[in-house]
Design a protein around this ligand. Sequence first.
Ligand code: F6P
Length: 559
Amino acid sequence: MNAPVDPTTTPAWSALTDAASGFAPDLRAWFAADPGRVERMSHPLADLHVDLSKNLVTDEILASLVQLAEQTGVQERFAQMLAGVHLNTSEDRAVLHTALRRPAGESPALVVDGQDVDTDVHAVLDAMDAFANRVRSGEWLGVTGKKVTHVVNIGIGGSDLGPVMVYEALRPYANAGIEARFVSNIDPTDMAQKTADLDPETTLFIVASKTFTTLETLTNARLARDWLWAGLTASGAIDGTEAAKTGAVAHHFAAVSTALDKVAAFGIDTDNAFGFWDWVGGRYSVDSAIGLSLTIALGPDAFRDLLAGFHAVDVHVATTPLERNVPVLMGLLNVWYTNFLGAQTHAVLPYAQQLHRFPAYLQQLTMESNGKRVRWDGSPVVTDTGEVFWGEPGTNGQHAFYQLIHQGTRLIPADFIAFVNPAYPLEDGGRDVHGLFLANFLAQTKALAFGKTAEEVEAEGSTGALVAARTFPGNRPTTSIFAPGLTPAVLGQLIALYEHIVFTQGTIWGINSFDQWGVELGKQLALQIAPAIEGDEDAVAAQDASTRALLEYYVAHRA
Ligand code: F6P
């Protein structure tokens, strides 16, 4: 693997440092003086229309950012990723989530480390489709001969956030009378509440875990199995013998993992197990077999359309010049805000209730990928790295935290995502409610960009201290992402867009965006502390003073 380029030594970085010094953005003046700005800075990305014009950049700054991408080798590294080079150096793995959405029969075939990747990917997709069709049609039955009405995905992190986000986004496509639910937290409340009203005879669990070792997922899988056995035994559906229990698991459990041996050891029939590979990172896995719950609830066609959406963006990134390459441009803008203008966070504000889990999904994608302090050769990073991503759907956020974005002291770049056509076209007294919703999206991006001057406030009759309080400074940067509707393909495009934004930033910073060692220490310590919770005095004594005191509080207050 090449040593990472130190971005701060590039000519582009120097030009951007100069541009940032004394930078005084003025979107009002820039828009007034330049009627071509919006057209020049708006780009198609498959079905998406992406308007970058309300960002705090001039053409010169954008040109320097593009040069930064050239000088740090973003496009070359993207080509390496597509070809299966082991970019995940700390785990010595290829990074091939883009292979999960290559259409069948692509030429030349993708063969990496001796594996015929295309053939393996499509074999699993076909198996998923066949399984989903059996469940959807009622050919697959529970142990008492009833059709499945609920699919419960048990997973966490990438084995949960992607499926739940996509399911919520595409619920209008659920067309087989099967509801999906998602259990992730080891807090037993999650399992208890999600199964409370379910019938074991019509419930299918999918245990989704890349490693099949994750504490939360395996604990919840055992809870689910106990719940199934207890329910079926109580109703007399099974007689409680080991053979009957094994039979029940065979009818009510499927699994998705890279570790099919561990799936079998858990007692799940490997005929009901779907594999993927170590070159798919957890947070990049929604388009692998991890999407099995989606294939069942939304249907194989919707899942294939989702994959086609991803692929369209992969093709765009690989083939579009950097000046018009939307994921690269958005990644570069994030670098500009983070490294040159001091932004610490980035808001993602979908004007779509269906995308209410999209910010949470992006938090894992962006922050587990680029929350790093060393580069891929082990040397310390030379710049600030990943921003804090956060957000909530509009218009809810408008009545909660937008105040700070409009008038606070911090720079918070924000992505607004909206759709022309609603899934539910409701009217309020003859008025299109979705139109009103979109008016809010347009109003917010306008207010953030152009603000409201003291003169305008005074002209409305305000005086004294109220003038300053009611003045909006503007120049708050936003990107608007607009699409005709929230279809499976459009959702795939959106996810891939952010995957490649992450890639662009990670490459410029010299980061391996595909490992996540930062989650390991807490996992190890939880296993060490668990005996202390269970009363092991030596384990209590081994803790630090604060942890010991918290354990004492726990013991004193335990019911
Ligand atoms: O939190 C760490 C992590 O490894 C994530 O990267 C991953 O998505 C999640 O745990 C779940 O892992 P698994 O799919 O192996 O259960």
